[in-house]
Design a protein around this ligand. Structure first.
Ligand SMILES: [Zn+2]
Length: 285
């Protein structure tokens, strides 16, 4: 169908009780895997990139790649900035042609976070682009494009969330509720009472970061409490790298890069299909 905003995707997800999976990308095979999976599942999808990934690909290259690959697909796709570190980065992404940007001011004071997010909302909304904010600090179970391992975390205060949404004007936001980026070393313990209080006070679609390793029953419960976007990154990279290692061991001396990368792409596609189903977005395009 077309390239749309996350606001549009999340409104439908919330109304029909599923979540839209958001997958990070940083190259062609990764992006093809996501779009092939979503097309096969007839699922809407969000393709996102953090600043380091955008710098690696070049923002214009990234957007052109997603738009070209999505052209004439029977699904809706949003192009999103993950964990935008500044107003300037958000504006750069508006210029690249993103349809959605995240501003992550979660490490600032609430007042400063609101002030900066509000500025991003003003610029993005003027371009018809939606904005995701963040409250509380989502921890790092491992190093990833989103941050460094061991960075401190803090759960989101529902009262702060209420004020944040009202004053910043965000379309959706990520609240730290015990989730973390990277691979969990033990089963994550999500604070569902907190999530439900946050939903009751804000009414905007909620975003769950660190989706890798969250069990299906917790994903379902989170969706029932207002989560409409779930980010998956680590699990995709893990599938790609493990398969690549195996392919290289099995094909010593092979110099056909396309042949060597294809099994990794297919592994990523299978993982994406599994997570689209976990989100209940299959058949919702
Ligand atoms: Zn994140």
């Amino acid at each position: 169908m077309s390239i749309v905003t996350t606001k549009e995707l999340l409104a439908d997800a919330k109304a029909r009780h599923y979540a839209v999976a958001a997958f990070n990308t940083n190259n062609l095979e990764y992006t093809q895997a996501i779009l092939e999976a979503a097309t096969e599942m007839k699922s809407p999808v969000i393709i996102e990139a953090a600043k380091s990934e955008i710098d690696y690909m070049n923002g214009f290259t990234f957007v052109a790649m997603v738009r070209t690959l999505s052209d004439k697909l029977p699904i809706n796709v949003a192009i999103h900035l993950d964990h935008g570190p500044s107003y300037d980065e958000a504006v750069r992404c508006l210029n690249y042609g993103f349809t959605s940007v995240m501003y992550d001011g979660s490490r600032l004071s609430l007042d400063e976070n609101i002030r900066n997010t509000q500025k991003v909302v003003e610029a993005a909304h003027a371009c018809g682009v939606s904005v995701e904010g963040e409250i509380g600090v989502i921890g790092q179970a491992a190093d990833s494009p989103e941050g460094k391992k061991g960075e401190s975390d803090a759960l989101a205060s529902p009262v702060d969330c209420e004020r944040f949404v009202k004053e910043s004007g965000v379309d959706c936001f990520a609240a730290a509720i015990g989730n973390a980026h990277g691979l969990y070393t033990k089963k994550p313990k999500l604070d569902f009472d907190r999530l439900s209080d946050i939903e009751r006070r804000t009414h905007v679609p909620l975003v769950l970061h660190g989706g890798t390793g969250i069990p299906l029953e917790d994903i379902k419960k989170a969706i029932s409490l207002g989560v409409a976007k779930i980010n998956f990154s680590t699990i995709m990279r893990q599938g790609f790298i493990e398969t690549l290692r195996k392919t290289l061991e099995e094909n010593p001396g092979d110099l056909d890069l396309m042949k060597l990368l294809t099994p990794s792409k297919l592994a990523m596609k299978a993982i994406a299909i599994q997570h689209l189903k976990m989100c209940g977005s299959d058949g919702k395009a």
